[in-house]
Design a protein around this ligand. Structure first.
Ligand code: BG6
Length: 489
């Protein structure tokens, strides 16, 4: 039975309240927390955007979004209680004429009560919204501001956002969200590593051959062409989600789970990443872009066809990188990162490939190496491949088979969406799962090297057919090292 500790009553204002993120994630996350009895009924949820809606219309929009997200578990009676918390204020937060008094009239304005400003808007608006909040006296007391990724498009723009927001809110009030850190399985990575004596002694260059991190998506642009074409897979996935996964996999054990202990360990990893510049990028990275292909028997459009403007974009929809961490624990152990859209199937895995046993007792062709696969999604679980003897006569035949821990089989509780946990953490004032300013900047420092190298080379991304596991060059990146990607099965 899951246990939920109610949070104190709070106010949350969602800028971009009619947008995709609000509808798909934020409003359903709040409704789920309500259904579990975690949100007190004196809380207030205020959606804001430029559209001219009233409370009734906004509640109808929110209802549709929540109904879609809850599916068969829709509870009309609870919705009627929950919707009373929801309000809407039409505001152009960047305009001189914005009606801040109206917004304030919907808030409790108690300096002791958490008041969360969630910026689900284009990052270009973050600073001006924060400045406006400061000007109208909404940045003091227990106020917090949540910034969605991407925070900038490079180090310079990320710094400009951090500095602009930091001129109004102190670092302890700023929650830079990376929803991967709220995923149950990502949380479990820490428990697996630091709650079991078995793994940690082996978790280093002496026993690990290499590490693979894959976040493969089978979807394409999903109507986000405007954003995605300016971003690409490196900025959209590697700079944030994948580097966070890498940090949690590679970091030293923190002293405690306190916000800054974990974040301090993560930043040490980011600062130990070996920069990839110039010619090295050709050897160590692969950029891809999907062309038309076939998925499950259906033909699927290519990236360029999905862009409605007919441009010959060179934005990458796939990236593979061979990264190195220059520290005592990981010297010489490659970390292969790979992410892409329109791949053969959706799977996110962290694979720890252990070294072979030093001496093979069982003959040629038997690969005596353990592999730990942490499946983040979709069918969450952990598999530890061990060698066992195939039954029957005919000599000692050895096979690698997994000890299989499936979360679905072990737990019957619903998996909360990452945003549910993260939103409640913001209300509780727990920063541990949010990125610190210096962490975001360290990640950009490394990523900027890649961007610069790619820009200098001017090479077009390699093409791969939709429904495939990326360009051939990605397989070659591994093959050259005598290794292969784990394709999730
Ligand atoms: C988002 C990216 O941050 O993460 C998307 O902008 C991507 O492009 C998504 O699809 C993946 O998240 P998840 O939780 O579906 O793995």
């Amino acid at each position: 039975m899951a246990k939920f500790i109610p949070v104190d009553p709070f106010d949350i204002v969602i800028f971009g309240g009619t947008g995709d993120l609000s509808r798909r994630k934020l409003l359903p996350a709040l409704f789920h927390r309500w259904l579990d009895g975690q949100i007190p009924e004196t809380s207030a949820i205020v959606g804001t955007a430029r559209s001219d809606l009233d409370d009734k219309a906004y509640r109808a929009m929110a209802r549709e979004a929540c109904e879609k997200a809850t599916g068969d578990n829709w509870d009309d009676k609870e919705w009627k209680r929950f919707e009373k918390l929801i309000h809407y204020v039409s505001i152009d937060a960047t305009s001189e004429k914005a009606d801040w008094p109206l917004l304030k009239s919907k808030l409790t304005l108690d300096p002791e009560r958490p008041c969360v400003f969630y910026l689900a808007t284009a990052p270009g608006l973050y600073v001006s919204i924060c400045e406006a909040l400061g000007r109208v006296g909404l940045a003091g007391g227990e106020t917090r501001v949540v910034l969605e990724k991407p925070i900038g498009t490079d180090l310079e723009s990320a710094r400009a956002i951090n500095d602009g927001v930091g001129a109004v809110f102190s670092e302890r009030q700023v929650y830079r969200i990376d929803h991967y850190l709220g995923k149950e399985t990502v949380q479990n990575l820490m428990v697996l590593r630091f709650g079991n004596m078995l793994f940690e002694p082996l978790w280093n260059r002496n026993y690990v051959d290499h590490v693979q991190l894959t976040v493969a998506e089978d979807l394409g642009l999903e109507g986000r062409a405007d954003y995605y074409d300016k971003s690409g897979a490196l900025r959209d996935m590697i700079q944030n989600h994948m580097l966070q996964l890498l940090c949690l996999t590679a970091m030293e054990p923190p002293n405690q789970l306190d916000d800054d202990d974990v974040r301090t360990e993560k930043i040490k990893v980011l600062r130990s990443l070996v920069p990839i510049h110039g010619e090295a990028a050709k050897r160590l990275t692969v950029r891809g872009q999907y062309r038309a292909g076939v998925k499950d028997g259906e033909s699927v459009k290519g990236y360029l066809e999905e862009l409605s403007d007919g441009t010959k974009s060179q934005t990458e929809t796939f990236v593979a990188v061979k990264a190195s961490i220059d520290n005592w624990r990981w010297a010489g152990v490659p970390f292969y990162l790979r992410t892409g859209k329109r791949m053969s199937h959706r799977h996110s895995d962290i694979v720890i490939q252990f070294k072979k046993t030093p001496h093979s007792l069982f003959g040629e062709g038997n690969d005596m190496a353990n592999r730990l696969v942490i499946r983040l999604q979709p069918d969450e679980g952990v598999r530890l491949f061990v060698q066992i003897k195939e039954p029957g006569p005919g000599g000692l035949r050895v096979k690698s088979l997994p000890l299989n821990l499936s979360y679905a089989e072990s737990f019957t509780v619903r998996y909360p969406d990452a945003y549910e946990r993260l939103l409640m953490d913001v209300v509780r004032g727990n920063l541990s799962l949010f990125m610190r300013k210096d962490e975001v900047e360290a990640a950009w420092t490394w990523v900027d090297g890649l961007i610069e190298a790619w820009d200098q080379s001017g090479d077009a991304p390699e093409s791969y057919p939709a429904g495939n596991d990326g360009p051939l060059a990605a397989a070659m990146l591994m093959d050259r090292d005598g290794r292969a990607w784990w394709e999730g099965h």
